[in-house]
Design a protein around this ligand. Sequence first.
Ligand code: NAD
Ligand code: 89V
Length: 343
Amino acid sequence: MPDLKGALIGCGFFAVNQMHGWNDVKGAAIVAICDRDPKRLKIVGDQFGIVRRYTDAAQMFADGGFEFVDIATTVNSHRALVEMAAAHRVPAICQKPFAPTLADAKAMVAACAAAGIPLMIHENFRWQTPIQAVRKALDSGAIGTPFWGRFSFRSGYDVFSGQPYLAEGKRFIIEDLGIHTLDIARYILGDVTALSARTKRVNPKINGEDVATILLDHDSGATSIVDVSYATKQATEPFPETLIEIDGTEGSLRLSQGYELQVTNAGGTVNSDVAPTLLPWASRPWHNIQESVFAIQQHWTDSLRHGKETSTSGADNLKTFALVEAAYESAASKATVDIGTLL
Ligand code: NAD
Ligand code: 89V
């Protein structure tokens, strides 16, 4: 079967990882790129040898010749670009965060459903090797039924030099990074019924919150904590590792710094190394994220070829995005938010 032809919109900081990922994916290839900034268009076009280049997404869609689009722009353009894809009946991947508001995200899901095209949110953290290893350990029944969890991302890494817009928005860590951690909590312990949150801004040079602590009630009856910080200076910087603790009826599981997974039950304790692969184009410490970019893009390609729903479809990701909205609402009101009222 020939490769699926794709087009990519947004040739910025993160898209370079996506372009490397597409080079490695079996069954798809990028044939056209678009960025409204001609400098970024040239840098990425030259680096990856893409001849078809556009500064206007509408023109690229009008010219066509591709079977899916990968939207790698920042959040404010997501709705217009996904709706453009829907209008042209082109299956779409959209980077996280889904949209500026839950109402926009719902409209995007509705537009794609009406057009009959798949929509996947590029929510890649659940595709990281260590997170997949945690999922597998739970699926094996090694710790019985989980009743408590903690999903923790605490770092002092300077994310602002690569992504200066992160310092500018009124919202920061929940919308940008907590969104991944909340998605991991859903992926590991299931959907969430209610949530309460507290936030803080520690770094005086940014506009949004850089610390958040979120308490989640899961459908299953489990309780979990999602705690995220970009204001935490430690002896060994863990960026970009998500650390996980799960207690179950038959044992417990700990994913600790250095990508070590420990599973304990009546049979004893098993330690394993669940470190991500350092792909040839990747660089530490980003390799954990970079490998998951390749993984989610391969998943998209396989799903599109076989007509299957993706793990992080638009419909699925509404349930993660609702947790983001709920966390901001709860932090402002100090009340617990019922997730069902948002969906
Ligand atoms: P960036 O600002 O470096 O790049 C965005 C690019 O999109 C820019 O070059 C800009 O000119 C272009 N662009 C914006 N609107 C456009 C439009 N309408 N048409 C054509 N081009 C347009 O941003 P970034 O850091 O690469 O982030 C992009 C997205 O990736 C964000 O949503 C961010 O949250 C997400 N991101 C995801 C991960 C992850 O692991 N999933 C990591 C980093 C960033
Ligand atoms: O993954 C992300 O969305 C990135 C970072 C890891 C820096 O938060 O923006």
